[in-house]
Design a protein around this ligand. Sequence first.
Ligand SMILES: Cc1cc2nc3c(=O)[nH]c(=O)nc-3n(C[C@H](O)[C@H](O)[C@H](O)COP(=O)(O)O)c2cc1C
Length: 174
Amino acid sequence: MLNILRNRRSVRKFENRTIEPEKIELLTEALVRSPSSRSINPWEFIVVDEREVIRRLARCKAHGAGFLSGAPLAVVVLGDTSSSDTCIEDCTIAAITLQYAAESLELGSCWCQVRLRKSGDGKAAEENVRDLLKIPDHYLVECIIGLGYPGEGKKPHSRESLDWGKVYRNKYGN
Ligand SMILES: Cc1cc2nc3c(=O)[nH]c(=O)nc-3n(C[C@H](O)[C@H](O)[C@H](O)COP(=O)(O)O)c2cc1C
Protein backbone atom coordinates (compact mmCIF):
# COMPACT_ATOMS: atom_id res chain seq x y z
CA MET A 1 0.00 0.00 0.00
CA LEU A 2 2.77 2.46 0.88
CA ASN A 3 4.41 1.85 -2.48
CA ILE A 4 1.11 2.65 -4.17
CA LEU A 5 0.86 5.88 -2.15
CA ARG A 6 4.46 6.76 -2.97
CA ASN A 7 4.20 6.14 -6.70
CA ARG A 8 0.77 7.55 -7.48
CA ARG A 9 0.74 10.71 -9.59
CA SER A 10 -2.04 12.29 -11.60
CA VAL A 11 -1.80 10.93 -15.13
CA ARG A 12 -3.47 12.99 -17.86
CA LYS A 13 -2.00 11.33 -20.94
CA PHE A 14 -2.95 7.79 -21.80
CA GLU A 15 -1.92 5.09 -24.25
CA ASN A 16 -4.43 4.38 -26.98
CA ARG A 17 -5.23 1.01 -25.42
CA THR A 18 -8.42 -0.26 -23.86
CA ILE A 19 -8.45 -1.53 -20.29
CA GLU A 20 -9.10 -5.26 -19.99
CA PRO A 21 -12.60 -6.22 -18.74
CA GLU A 22 -11.02 -8.11 -15.80
CA LYS A 23 -9.32 -4.91 -14.64
CA ILE A 24 -12.52 -2.92 -15.02
CA GLU A 25 -14.21 -5.55 -12.85
CA LEU A 26 -11.52 -5.10 -10.16
CA LEU A 27 -11.88 -1.32 -10.33
CA THR A 28 -15.63 -1.75 -9.89
CA GLU A 29 -15.02 -3.95 -6.85
CA ALA A 30 -12.78 -1.26 -5.34
CA LEU A 31 -15.59 1.26 -5.78
CA VAL A 32 -18.27 -0.77 -4.06
CA ARG A 33 -15.89 -1.78 -1.25
CA SER A 34 -15.48 1.87 -0.27
CA PRO A 35 -16.54 2.69 3.27
CA SER A 36 -19.34 5.17 3.86
CA SER A 37 -20.92 6.82 6.87
CA ARG A 38 -23.44 4.48 8.50
CA SER A 39 -22.88 2.14 5.53
CA ILE A 40 -25.54 4.02 3.62
CA ASN A 41 -23.45 3.85 0.44
CA PRO A 42 -24.98 7.00 -1.02
CA TRP A 43 -22.71 6.80 -4.05
CA GLU A 44 -23.45 5.50 -7.51
CA PHE A 45 -21.05 5.27 -10.43
CA ILE A 46 -21.33 5.45 -14.18
CA VAL A 47 -18.53 3.57 -15.90
CA VAL A 48 -18.13 5.10 -19.34
CA ASP A 49 -16.13 3.40 -22.10
CA GLU A 50 -17.79 4.94 -25.15
CA ARG A 51 -15.17 7.27 -26.61
CA GLU A 52 -17.66 9.79 -27.92
CA VAL A 53 -19.38 10.09 -24.53
CA ILE A 54 -15.98 10.50 -22.83
CA ARG A 55 -15.07 13.21 -25.34
CA ARG A 56 -18.26 15.06 -24.42
CA LEU A 57 -17.51 14.68 -20.72
CA ALA A 58 -14.16 16.33 -21.44
CA ARG A 59 -16.09 19.47 -22.37
CA CYS A 60 -18.19 19.58 -19.18
CA LYS A 61 -16.27 22.53 -17.72
CA ALA A 62 -14.08 25.36 -18.88
CA HIS A 63 -10.76 24.20 -17.42
CA GLY A 64 -9.17 20.97 -16.28
CA ALA A 65 -11.42 18.41 -18.00
CA GLY A 66 -9.73 18.25 -21.41
CA PHE A 67 -7.44 15.38 -20.41
CA LEU A 68 -10.48 13.09 -20.28
CA SER A 69 -10.73 13.10 -24.07
CA GLY A 70 -7.69 10.78 -24.28
CA ALA A 71 -8.85 8.38 -21.56
CA PRO A 72 -10.26 5.00 -22.58
CA LEU A 73 -12.31 4.85 -19.39
CA ALA A 74 -14.06 7.41 -17.20
CA VAL A 75 -15.92 6.83 -13.97
CA VAL A 76 -18.51 9.42 -13.02
CA VAL A 77 -19.01 9.57 -9.26
CA LEU A 78 -22.52 10.48 -8.10
CA GLY A 79 -23.83 11.15 -4.60
CA ASP A 80 -27.44 10.67 -3.56
CA THR A 81 -28.08 13.82 -1.53
CA SER A 82 -31.49 12.53 -0.44
CA SER A 83 -30.06 9.53 1.40
CA SER A 84 -27.08 10.83 3.37
CA ASP A 85 -25.67 14.11 4.67
CA THR A 86 -22.13 12.81 4.16
CA CYS A 87 -22.42 11.90 0.52
CA ILE A 88 -19.64 14.30 -0.50
CA GLU A 89 -17.22 12.62 1.91
CA ASP A 90 -18.39 9.17 0.86
CA CYS A 91 -18.01 9.99 -2.84
CA THR A 92 -14.56 11.42 -2.25
CA ILE A 93 -13.41 8.28 -0.46
CA ALA A 94 -14.76 6.10 -3.28
CA ALA A 95 -13.00 8.22 -5.89
CA ILE A 96 -9.59 8.06 -4.23
CA THR A 97 -10.06 4.35 -3.53
CA LEU A 98 -10.59 3.91 -7.26
CA GLN A 99 -7.41 5.88 -7.99
CA TYR A 100 -5.31 3.78 -5.61
CA ALA A 101 -6.80 0.57 -7.03
CA ALA A 102 -5.92 1.83 -10.51
CA GLU A 103 -2.33 2.47 -9.42
CA SER A 104 -2.14 -1.10 -8.06
CA LEU A 105 -3.21 -2.37 -11.50
CA GLU A 106 -0.55 -0.29 -13.30
CA LEU A 107 -3.15 2.11 -14.60
CA GLY A 108 -2.89 5.87 -14.48
CA SER A 109 -5.74 8.13 -13.43
CA CYS A 110 -6.65 11.71 -12.72
CA TRP A 111 -9.52 13.40 -10.92
CA CYS A 112 -11.69 15.86 -12.81
CA GLN A 113 -13.63 18.01 -10.36
CA VAL A 114 -17.25 18.57 -11.43
CA ARG A 115 -19.12 19.76 -8.34
CA LEU A 116 -18.94 23.58 -8.01
CA ARG A 117 -17.29 24.01 -11.42
CA LYS A 118 -18.69 25.84 -14.44
CA SER A 119 -18.42 25.60 -18.20
CA GLY A 120 -17.42 28.59 -20.34
CA ASP A 121 -21.05 29.69 -20.79
CA GLY A 122 -21.53 29.86 -16.99
CA LYS A 123 -23.59 26.67 -16.82
CA ALA A 124 -22.77 24.37 -13.92
CA ALA A 125 -20.52 21.51 -15.01
CA GLU A 126 -22.80 19.23 -13.02
CA GLU A 127 -25.72 20.18 -15.25
CA ASN A 128 -23.71 19.40 -18.38
CA VAL A 129 -22.89 15.93 -17.06
CA ARG A 130 -26.44 15.44 -15.78
CA ASP A 131 -27.92 16.27 -19.20
CA LEU A 132 -25.45 14.09 -21.08
CA LEU A 133 -25.87 10.98 -18.91
CA LYS A 134 -29.55 11.46 -17.92
CA ILE A 135 -28.78 11.64 -14.20
CA PRO A 136 -31.77 12.33 -11.90
CA ASP A 137 -31.82 15.71 -10.09
CA HIS A 138 -31.25 14.48 -6.54
CA TYR A 139 -27.74 13.25 -7.32
CA LEU A 140 -24.74 15.49 -7.09
CA VAL A 141 -21.95 14.88 -9.57
CA GLU A 142 -18.79 14.92 -7.49
CA CYS A 143 -16.13 14.16 -10.07
CA ILE A 144 -15.07 12.13 -13.06
CA ILE A 145 -12.01 9.90 -12.75
CA GLY A 146 -10.25 9.38 -16.09
CA LEU A 147 -8.30 6.12 -16.33
CA GLY A 148 -6.03 4.32 -18.73
CA TYR A 149 -2.56 2.93 -19.29
CA PRO A 150 -0.14 5.79 -18.60
CA GLY A 151 1.09 7.65 -21.66
CA GLU A 152 3.39 9.81 -19.57
CA GLY A 153 5.93 8.90 -16.93
CA LYS A 154 5.90 11.00 -13.80
CA LYS A 155 8.38 10.80 -10.96
CA PRO A 156 6.97 10.14 -7.50
CA HIS A 157 7.02 13.16 -5.18
CA SER A 158 10.30 13.07 -3.27
CA ARG A 159 10.20 12.80 0.52
CA GLU A 160 11.82 16.25 0.78
CA SER A 161 9.02 17.86 -1.23
CA LEU A 162 6.25 16.66 1.11
CA ASP A 163 4.39 19.00 3.52
CA TRP A 164 5.69 17.33 6.68
CA GLY A 165 5.40 20.66 8.53
CA LYS A 166 1.60 20.50 8.34
CA VAL A 167 1.51 17.62 10.81
CA TYR A 168 1.59 18.54 14.51
CA ARG A 169 2.00 16.62 17.75
CA ASN A 170 -0.49 16.95 20.59
CA LYS A 171 -1.39 20.60 19.90
CA TYR A 172 -1.71 22.86 16.93
CA GLY A 173 1.60 24.18 15.59
CA ASN A 174 3.77 21.83 17.65
C1 LIG B 1 -10.38 17.30 -5.23
C2 LIG B 1 -9.48 17.29 -6.42
C3 LIG B 1 -9.87 17.92 -7.58
C4 LIG B 1 -9.04 17.88 -8.71
N1 LIG B 1 -9.49 18.42 -9.88
C5 LIG B 1 -8.75 18.29 -11.00
C6 LIG B 1 -9.26 18.73 -12.24
O1 LIG B 1 -10.40 19.20 -12.35
N2 LIG B 1 -8.47 18.59 -13.35
C7 LIG B 1 -7.21 18.04 -13.27
O2 LIG B 1 -6.55 17.95 -14.32
N3 LIG B 1 -6.69 17.61 -12.09
C8 LIG B 1 -7.43 17.71 -10.97
N4 LIG B 1 -6.96 17.21 -9.77
C9 LIG B 1 -5.63 16.62 -9.70
C10 LIG B 1 -4.66 17.56 -8.96
O3 LIG B 1 -4.35 18.65 -9.83
C11 LIG B 1 -3.41 16.79 -8.56
O4 LIG B 1 -3.79 15.75 -7.67
C12 LIG B 1 -2.40 17.70 -7.88
O5 LIG B 1 -1.87 18.62 -8.79
C13 LIG B 1 -1.23 16.90 -7.28
O6 LIG B 1 -0.56 16.15 -8.29
P1 LIG B 1 -0.40 14.56 -8.16
O7 LIG B 1 -1.81 13.97 -8.11
O8 LIG B 1 0.35 14.13 -9.37
O9 LIG B 1 0.32 14.29 -6.88
C14 LIG B 1 -7.77 17.24 -8.65
C15 LIG B 1 -7.39 16.60 -7.47
C16 LIG B 1 -8.23 16.61 -6.38
C17 LIG B 1 -7.81 15.86 -5.13
